[in-house]
Design a protein around this ligand. Structure first.
Ligand SMILES: O=C(O)CCC(=O)C(=O)O
Length: 243
């Protein structure tokens, strides 16, 4: 991460990186998902649908960014996709909410700085597979709330709440220490995003068995390393290739 990116992430608790995926990559992933997802899919598993999704888990450029956020032992904790459209709104799949935020003990949602280095718990890497235009709804957050000293969740329509827009192929990263959630999807277009949630190697939010099937499918050492269950003793850093 550049100094400007670190400043932005520290300031807001989230950051958008443009054009992480090419149009072709987005089209390819959407094609796979179109074949597998029901019309009214909302939250969906996707990692085992095609090798391309484990490759995306191990994208070197992303790993280099989140290494700055959570350190060299980073691991994938869990992943799921989100899809929203008029049908899912009609069926009540999308319940406006804000959640997350710092915990009294920091725990797996930590956001701390020590000696010029940030320490995060669970980090969400969200790749947009469809555009999110201003005012469309979907992901909302309270910028800066990951550093708040006061436990408070404003209403979802508060002036404190942002609804970041970002385009298909872009990546948004936020810390779960940020107060965040979802608001009603208002666009005629579909929302579709892939969420990869990474943790420091010593920490787990989801149970480690949840990734057993992915461990069997891992195609190389990097993917296997990222899928290791949480531990401390003798844990080795992730080796991130160039590219
Ligand atoms: O993107 C969204 O709509 C919400 C995501 C979320 O709440 C989460 O990742 O914890």
């Amino acid at each position: 991460m550049t100094e400007a990116e670190i400043f932005e992430f520290d300031l807001n608790g989230y950051i958008v990186y443009k054009d992480m995926l090419t149009r072709d990559q987005v089209g390819h992933m959407n094609g796979i998902l179109d074949k597998h997802l029901a019309d009214d899919a909302h939250g969906f598993p996707f990692l085992t649908l095609d090798p391309v999704f484990l490759e995306l888990m191990a994208l070197p450029r992303t790993l280099r960014i989140i290494r700055t956020m959570i350190g060299e032992w980073l691991r994938l904790d869990h992943a799921y996709g989100l899809q929203m459209d008029k049908l899912s709104v009609e069926r009540g799949h999308v319940k406006p909410n804000l959640h997350g935020g710092l915990r009294h003990d920091h725990g797996e949602h930590q956001y701390q700085w020590f000696d010029g280095q940030m320490y995060n718990g669970l980090i969400v890497v969200m790749y947009a597979l469809e555009d999110v235009n201003p005012g469309d709804g979907g992901l909302i957050c309270v910028p800066g709330s990951h550093k708040s000293n006061f436990r408070f969740r404003p209403p979802v329509d508060s002036h404190l709440v942002a609804n970041p827009s970002f385009m298909a192929g872009d990546m948004l990263i936020f810390t779960e220490a940020l107060v965040h959630g979802t608001t009603t999807w208002t666009s005629d277009q579909r929302r579709r995003a892939l969420l990869y949630k990474y943790s420091p190697g010593y920490s787990a939010w989801a149970s480690a068995e949840r990734l057993d099937q992915e461990r069997e499918l891992a195609a190389n050492d990097l993917q296997r390393d990222l899928l290791r269950p949480p531990s401390v003793g003798k844990r080795t850093p992730i080796e991130i290739p160039d590219g």
